[in-house]
Ligand binder design. Structure first.
Ligand code: ZN
Ligand code: ZN
Length: 148
């Protein structure tokens, strides 16, 4: 997504729900659009160039909560910390390297099948399915082999 389309999308999503585009919302959105990884709230804050009027952590959290409500972002817990990225659906599961924390997105129909199976239950309705697989990425696995 280029900067122009990203700005248009944010504008449309906010306004269609009666929200204004504020500087904090714009800044947080720009960071997420430019990021190729999952970011914690602190990680987002670190990438915002606050200039003369710094944006504080609580407005970053409020902005992320609003974006999540509007379906603009996805929140995942990859370790103990919550992280955010632009929205993607449940079918892209997270493969997390236990050594270097690299996150790979893996698309699979299995999540769809799991959802369908869970929807058959009468006592529970699934909403979010957040699959996280820990393991070792190719790089870390080959370092391990060299040391052995
Ligand atoms: Zn993701
Ligand atoms: Zn790794």
């Amino acid at each position: 997504m280029d900067a122009y389309h990203a700005a248009v999308e944010l504008d449309a999503a906010l306004r269609s729900h009666g929200h204004r585009v504020t500087r904090a919302r714009r800044e947080v959105w720009d960071v997420l659009v430019g990021a190729d990884e999952h970011l914690s709230a602190q990680g987002i804050l670190d990438r915002i160039d606050g200039g003369d009027a710094p944006i504080n952590e609580s407005s970053v959290y409020r902005t992320l909560a609003l974006f999540a409500e509007l379906g603009l972002v996805r929140e995942s817990r990859l370790d103990e910390t919550a992280t955010w990225e632009l929205f993607h659906d449940d079918a892209a599961i997270h493969l997390v390297c236990a050594d270097c924390a690299l996150v790979i997105h893996h698309d699979t129909d299995l999540v769809h099948d799991l959802r369908r199976a869970l929807e058959q239950r009468s006592d529970f309705s699934p909403v979010d399915i957040d699959v996280r697989v820990t393991g070792r990425c190719h790089n870390c696995a080959s370092v391990g082999t060299q040391m052995a």
